[in-house]
Ligand binder design. Structure first.
Ligand code: ZN
Length: 82
């Protein structure tokens, strides 16, 4: 059962293992082949670099805030001599 699928970008008919899995798709595979997806992502990243970096930094800040909040809320060691 060697299934092939046409890439939406380059139009080549390639075996399914040349496509990334995508559970949101009806056939379970991305519409473009791995090679095209990589090229597409690279181009997308080049034009969205600042947004990507900003999102990563925001996530890191949120993570550190969560840790700080947890430390502030945790009972921790009780001060002695009170
Ligand atoms: Zn392709």
């Amino acid at each position: 059962m060697k299934q092939r699928k046409a890439c939406r970008t380059c139009g080549l008919k390639l075996p399914l293992q040349e496509f990334w899995r995508d559970r949101t798709r009806r056939d379970g595979f991305a519409p473009v082949c791995r090679t095209c997806a990589r090229l597409y992502y690279r181009a997308w990243y080049a034009s969205h670099r600042d947004q990507v970096i900003e999102r990563v930094l925001a996530r890191r800040r949120a993570y550190q805030n969560a840790i700080r909040l947890r430390q502030a809320l945790s009972p921790g060691p009780t001060p002695r001599g009170a």
